[in-house]
Design a protein around this ligand. Structure first.
Ligand code: CA
Length: 226
């Protein structure tokens, strides 16, 4: 699945330039033209990276950045700042942006920053084992265990469980799950997630263990202890 990049920028000339270039490079690109929509898309689509302009209508880029950093999301944020606006850059980094780029910029420069940030992010989504309650997952071997018992998972079951293990205690909506695991928008018709959740539960609870993967009615699912 290609990396998904969210561009929060109100100037059409700029987001158009970024969107076209990144799509050409194989990225999946989402655009939001104001801060509020940017925040909504951040939490609904869980992008792999955010390109965030500081000057936005409504909630400005600095506030968008702060609000994202107040959550558990580890998404890298690349700020776009106006030429010579040094205070903006400093404020952006203080708000938790990972890097900034001064407008106007060459596309190659943007691409280089994105690649650097993706590499830097890699250790966060690392191969270190994930542990939740008595569940244990090893991303390097894609092995799963519960209370020391080996659990054989199919590729999709593994992906689904890893997604929950990387977002413990968070409610993941069906759209988020569909988008992250199947890589495209969910039309609302399919029950494929329900089916996979049922498979996963059967395997995770095969020895009568307590349920960790819970249905959150009308919303989605969450990995949590009862
Ligand atoms: Ca702007």
């Amino acid at each position: 699945m290609p990396d998904k990049i969210l561009v929060i920028e109100d100037e059409e000339r700029i987001y158009d330039f970024i969107e076209r270039g990144l799509k050409h490079e194989g990225y999946q690109v989402l655009v939001a033209v104001d801060g509020e929509t940017g925040l909504e898309k951040t939490f609904s689509a869980l992008p792999d990276l955010i390109i965030l302009d500081i000057m936005l209508p409504g909630i400005d880029g600095l506030n968008v950045c702060r609000q994202i950093r107040e959550t558990e999301l580890q998404v890298p944020i690349l700020m776009l700042t106006a030429k010579d606006a040094v205070p903006d850059r400093v404020a952006g980094l203080e708000m938790g942006a990972d890097d900034y780029l001064v407008k106007p910029f060459a596309f190659e420069e943007l691409l280089a920053r994105i690649r650097a940030l993706s590499r830097r992010r890699a250790p966060i989504e690392s191969d270190a084992p994930l542990i939740f309650a008595d569940l244990w997952l090893d991303p390097s071997t894609r092995m799963a265990e519960r209370n020391g018992r080996n659990i054989e998972l199919t590729a999709k079951e593994y992906d689904l469980l890893e997604l929950f293990m990387r977002h413990p205690k968070q409610v993941l909506t069906r759209n988020q799950i569909y988008d992250r695991i199947w890589g495209y928008d969910f039309g609302g018709e399919s029950n494929i997630i329900e089916v996979y959740v049922r498979y996963l539960r059967a395997k995770l609870e095969a020895m009568g263990e307590i349920r960790l993967l819970h249905t959150v009615r009308c919303v989605g699912y969450a990995l949590r202890e009862p």
